[in-house]
Design a protein around this ligand. Structure first.
Ligand SMILES: Cc1ncc(COP(=O)(O)O)c(C=O)c1O
Length: 447
């Protein structure tokens, strides 16, 4: 019998898989009272099929005739003791809070027998993937046995052309999330700091801690950026300032003057990372990170194909920075960060101007419609420049979120960011918006 020692259930929770099957914030965590989510990636294949809610759940694997399937017995994760030899992880990883297993919205729909689910929680494109990208995916399937081009040269060249930058300023990554993680890996270390807004995209904090650095969070001011407070938080130890513009979950953008104020406060050798995951939806006079790069080599723009291009499932993102910055990031980038099909599909999506224009038009129209409808119901939303709105239900609990589930309408609850009475609602099509509003009227009804 191996010697054992006691682990709390909470510690053990870190070894189980998350119950949340779809998440646009791949890693989120308590930050106080909230709960943590895990990546889609971590989830695929990690749950018994009978409990899997992935709409694209894998087909059963056909068994070889005459062979009994192998079953490896793992230590139970429900007990209070565990094999002492089990690796525990580095100090910095242990300092990241474990997620707390809880029921996801889709679990709840499943339990309540709701099959007609309207998913407005992950800021995905309601029009789907670009048809040109879909065609390329079908055509490229027969090449799946070939390794991709490790440098993703065709995508970098296409992006360079469209964005007006040299290809060596572009690094193609497995989603914007990976770009953020690689930036943290390349530029942060123990003793350094990263400044970031709150509430915002949780990956900034996680990537910072995982790199051994210290996150410095600065509260928004009435859901708007407070550039003075952000600038005041910058110290000689600051190596990165993260700023999502538009910001997730608020949808609010940073003004150009604010970007300039941050650059003025930024030490030499540090980076201002403008996370522009939703930039294609902006209609305001937003600062364009790529344009600003010409003035200051400390800017990095991070973008994605997950949102306006509708390729969230393929995991394609990129960053644009000074070639010296791109070179440092490339040193820590996985050799084959992008798979072959994803790269070709992204090139096709980039050229699908009609799909992008349609996406922008549908989003802008329904964002206007939803904002007005919420306003008329006394639910104010900050002016969003993204494909979602941040609505205040006027409560301090998640009852409205929970009641929406009875209607099969799944939005992102604000509890994740420490604001349980808020809802982050993805902009859908017109009919989806109507269904959402209908459900909301019922969910808000005190009766
Ligand atoms: C602000 C922000 N940045 C980055 C990402 C990550 O996007 P990707 O799917 O490309 O990893 C998201 C996803 O929701 C986001 O909201």
């Amino acid at each position: 019998m191996p010697t054992t020692f006691r682990w709390s259930r909470r510690e053990l929770a870190g070894w189980t898989c998350s119950p949340i099957p779809t998440a646009d914030e791949p890693l989120t965590r308590p930050s106080g009272a909230g709960h943590r989510e895990a990546t889609d990636r971590a989830l695929v294949g990690c749950r018994p099929r009978s409990r899997c809610h992935q709409q694209h759940a894998a087909r059963p694997v056909s068994k070889r005739p005459g062979r009994r399937p192998r079953r490896i017995k793992m230590p139970e994760d429900g007990g209070d003791t565990i094999d002492r030899r089990l690796p525990v992880g580095s100090e910095r990883v242990l300092s990241l809070p474990s997620y707390v297993a809880g029921r996801s919205a889709l679990d709840l729909c499943h339990e309540r027998g709701i099959t007609d689910v309207l998913e407005l929680a992950a800021n995905q494109n309601p029009l789907g993937a670009s048809p040109l990208a879909q065609k390329v995916l079908q055509d490229a399937a027969h090449d799946a046995h070939l390794y991709p081009d490790g440098a993703s040269n065709s995508l970098r060249a296409a992006l360079g052309e469209v964005l007006g930058v040299a290809a060596n300023a572009v690094v193609a990554t497995g989603g914007a999330e990976q770009a953020l993680g690689l930036l943290a890996q390349a530029f942060l270390e123990p003793g350094s700091e990263a400044v970031m807004p709150r509430p915002s995209f949780p990956v900034y904090r996680i990537a910072t801690i995982a790199s051994g650095a210290t996150p410095v969070e600065v509260d928004l001011d009435g859901w708007e950026y407070d550039a003075t407070a952000l600038a005041d938080a910058i110290t000689p130890a600051t190596r990165i300032v993260f700023a999502a513009t538009p910001n997730n979950p608020t949808g609010t953008s940073m003004a150009r003057a604010d970007v300039e104020r941050l650059l003025a406060a930024l030490p030499e050798g540090a980076l201002l990372v403008l996370d522009e995951a939703y930039v294609e939806y902006s209609d305001a006079d937003h600062p364009d990170g790529i344009e600003l790069l010409a003035q200051d080599p400390r800017i990095v723009a991070v973008r994605t194909f997950s949102k306006a291009y509708g390729l969230a499932g393929l995991r394609v993102g990129y960053l644009v920075g000074h070639p010296a910055v791109a070179d440092l990031v490339t040193r820590v980038r996985p050799a084959f960060a992008l798979n072959r099909l994803a790269e070709h599909a992204a090139v096709a999506a980039l050229g699908d101007h009609a799909h992008l224009a349609n996406t922008r038009e549908v989003t802008a129209r329904n964002r206007r419609l939803l904002t007005q409808a919420l306003d008329a119901r006394g639910l104010p939303v900050p002016a969003s420049q993204a494909n979602f709105v941040w609505a205040d239900t006027g409560r301090d609990d998640d009852r409205v979120w929970e009641r929406l589930i009875d209607h099969g309408v799944v939005v992102r609850g604000g509890r994740l960011w420490g604001h349980p009475g808020h809802l982050r609602i993805t902009i859908g099509t017109e009919s989806q918006t109507e269904r959402l509003l209908h459900a909301l009227d019922d969910a808000m009804d005190p009766a």
